[in-house]
Design a protein around this ligand. Structure first.
Ligand SMILES: Nc1ncnc2c1ncn2[C@@H]1O[C@H](COP(=O)(O)OP(=O)(O)OP(=O)(O)O)[C@@H](O)[C@H]1O
Ligand SMILES: [Mg+2]
Length: 450
């Protein structure tokens, strides 16, 4: 932008300069022609006829002619400088022997360019002949072209100066403006550079409401999300490590204490296998959770809701002696991942089993509401969840404070929630008595369309 401005200004100055120079040349030519015509008119006048010698005629002419400041006239007689016009010319060419020699031999009127102390000179030479006598005398007219051009050149110089000042000022203004515009972007860049995954707390100051401020705002929002994600990830890894350490410690302790008694060994073996199974389950659960954010988490297909519920109850029945119920089945087929839905329901069922006793009722049901959204639920007649834990239990590694807490890792409900969310749905705990967990999946038509 600035370069274009500089180029345009330079081109303008150069062009103006050339136009002015050409004009000065033309003005010098005009003056020369004018002087020559004047002399020619005089030379053919009656007055001139009275002179018998050319030098007298030339003297008369030089006396009667006052040249401009940028002009000079002189006569050459017999190849030598003879007389010159009045006034002080810008430079003397009549005393320049080489010039006088060059123009003094002319037999025809001629003109040309010469150099002088006052710059370029446009000259014209007019040979003077009286009657048929050979040429002995010349009138030389000098137009000092650089002197004529002086005022224009002064104007051009002023133009150059103004152009240069304008350029400097425009450059300064550009520098200031771009500096101010770019400052927030520079800050954005330096902040972004300083941020590493260990220091995600830094934020950019948002000043004003312009585009740059909006950009900074968006950047900050992105950082919020990144920080949340990193914190969650770190907590998750911390918790997983912590949870896995417990069974490892148990296994190690038992192996160290194991004696040589075969009965003792059999007991320890059973215990260790149990502990390993628990670990295995936890690792499987962790893998499910880790995979839940990925696009290939779900394998969609047609899922019949009646079949789904009946199957879950059939699978659950051998787990424990409970009063199992299929409570309401929606006779509908939806597009979903049947295996993941079964997995979610089985997590809920295993929780229900854990919090109920023999003979207690556990029901599994499905329902399709008028809007087409699907409701899946597992309810039991156990003690239910204390109000303080209602939200917390859905988090990873969150367990209730009841007696059975050592049993699980607290991943079950987190898995249920991620499966619901992967289906664009959600899971919630409905008000008691007992515990009733409900999964809502969005309108079946929508699911079909996907
Ligand atoms: N049906 C229920 N009745 C009462 N409390 C429940 C019920 N289901 C879950 N909870 C409470 O919610 C907590 C979290 O359940 P979640 O399934 O996430 O973990 P967990 O069952 O303890 O362990 P995991 O499922 O990993 O084996 C449980 O510890 C329990 O306190
Ligand atoms: Mg559970």
């Amino acid at each position: 932008m600035y370069g274009v401005l500089a180029l345009a200004l330079s081109a303008l100055v150069l062009l103006t300069w050339q136009v002015l120079a050409a004009r000065a040349d033309a003005a010098a030519d005009d003056e020369l022609t004018h002087e020559a015509n004047k002399f020619r008119a005089f030379a053919t006048s009656a007055e001139a006829a009275s002179f018998s010698r050319p030098e007298a005629l030339l003297d008369r002419w030089l006396q009667g002619n006052l040249p401009d400041d940028s002009e000079a006239l002189f006569s050459i007689v017999d190849g030598r400088e003879y007389h010159r016009s009045q006034g002080t010319p810008p430079a003397r060419l009549d005393t320049d022997a080489a010039f006088v020699r060059r123009v003094g031999g002319a037999t025809e009127p001629s003109y040309g360019w010469a150099d002088s102390a006052a710059g370029k000179v446009r000259y014209g030479v007019i040979p003077v002949r009286l009657g048929s006598a050979p040429v002995r005398a010349h009138l030389v007219v000098l137009e000092f072209r650089d002197v004529i051009a002086q005022p224009s050149m002064d104007a051009a110089r002023a133009l150059v100066l103004i152009g240069a000042i304008t350029l400097v000022l425009a450059g300064g203004a550009c520098w200031l403006v771009t500096g101010r515009v770019l400052a927030p972007i520079r800050q954005l860049r330096t902040t972004a550079e300083r941020i590493s995954d260990t220091d995600l707390r830094r934020r950019i100051d948002v000043v004003g409401k312009d585009d740059v401020a909006q950009l900074a705002g968006t950047f900050n929002t992105m950082l919020d999300r990144l920080e949340d994600a990193f914190t969650a990830q770190r907590d998750f890894v911390d918790n997983a490590g912590h949870e896995l350490r417990t069974p490892i410690t148990v296994i190690r302790g038992h192996l160290e204490l194991m004696g040589a008694d075969p009965r003792d060994q059999a007991e320890t073996k059973a215990l260790l296998l149990d502990e390993l199974a628990r670990m295995n389950r936890m690792v499987d659960d962790l893998l499910v959770l880790a995979k839940s954010g990925r696009p290939d988490f779900l394998e969609l297909g047609a899922v019949n809701l009646t079949e789904l519920v009946v199957e879950v109850v059939a699978k659950a029945r051998p787990l424990a002696d409970r009063a199992w119920r299929v409570a309401g089945t929606a006779d509908a087929t939806i597009v979903a991942d049947g295996q993941r839905l079964t997995q979610a329901l089985m997590q809920l069922v295993s929780n229900a089993v854990r919090h109920t006793g023999p003979g207690d009722r556990i029901e599994v049901g499905s329902h399709l509401d008028a809007g087409g959204s699907v409701l899946l639920w597992v309810a039991d007649t156990g003690p239910g969840v204390p109000p303080a834990d209602r939200e917390r239990i859905f988090e990873r590694f969150a367990r209730g404070n009841d007696q059975r807490r050592t049993d699980g890792a607290g991943l079950g409900l987190a898995i249920v929630r991620s499966i619901a969310q992967a289906h664009d749905g959600e899971v919630r705990l409905a008000p008691g008595p007992g515990a009733r967990f409900e999964m809502t999946l969005p309108a079946a038509e929508e699911a079909m369309a996907r």
